[in-house]
Design a protein around this ligand. Sequence first.
Ligand SMILES: O=C(O)CCC(=O)C(=O)O
Ligand SMILES: [Fe+2]
Length: 349
Amino acid sequence: MAEAHESVVLLKPVQELAVDCNTPPQRYVHKRGDEDICVNSPVIDVAVIDLDSVQSSSPSAEQELEKLRTSLASCGCFQVIGHGMTDSFLDQVHGIGRDFFALPWSEKRKWSRTAEDTEGYGNDSELSEHQILDWTDRLYLTTNPGDQRKYQFWPQNPENFREILQEYTEKIILLNQVVLKALSKSLNLQENCFLDQYGENSNMVARFNYYPPCPRPDLSLGVKQHADGSAITFLLQDNQVDGLQVLKDDQWFSVPTVPNALLVNVGDQLEIMSNGIFKSPLHRVVTNSERERTTVAVFCSPDSSRFIEPAEDLISETSPRLYKKIKNYVGIFFENYQQGKRAIEAVKI
Ligand SMILES: O=C(O)CCC(=O)C(=O)O
Ligand SMILES: [Fe+2]
């Protein structure tokens, strides 16, 4: 048991590897040509949507919804402001992640993932010996439903960690509802159309991502290219350091950080529910040699025991149903991910 724990889990944290490292170990190096790692990509213009305005009864609400639809069609994401969270609260959320990763390894490892679990503090899960590992350490925690939390992985250092993550979860639950209603309205659907598929026990997982400086940003990636298996991901970026890139028309673009905004990313499950109108974009994270970067992603999905499917009102003779009715998409996602495949392909009709 102890041995399994050591061999499966305690890959040396990237944060420790990065100390005095001139070049990343081979397991972290992408072959030239497989991943064209361009650190200085052009910046993409991601729309900034004001949720206050979307919810108002003024004519600007329609314009804002139109902007939302256009941005999603163009790059699969948008930035949201008017979400009701103050700068100082978002700083605190970011701060509990930054302060946690600043603790010595001996302290952080008290919340290490174990061989049996996907949650806790650790780095890339090694799924095969050929896998190229991501230049990142993570803290991965189920936050909702509350009775599925595994508090043995929730740090108590910094001491406000649990309290802030609890408050952030409550706010994201509400934000997720507002965003899903706006997305439905932007397609002229009943406002609860997507939300109804979520059920009572929507699933939320928070992932604190820490990217240490990397001596060769041209060789390694913070996160290799992927699409999210969620319905929606809310990403609190690092105000100081960029790194996220999104693929559009076969080209990588940098996603800028907008102060006090959360980046909303379409995941595969919303692609299914919208019958492919909203596309779950491929994205990745590049590194830099100068500065560490910390982000907080919250992945929101319908209750895993419920079936999801394309909204009935989006299906017609001219736009036939494109995806199967399925449940537990996150399970399907990881099964495919392990084989290096995109799960969304497996659920297409
Ligand atoms: O840290 C980032 O900028 C993005 C992370 C990401 O894509 C993920 O956690 O799925
Ligand atoms: Fe992602």
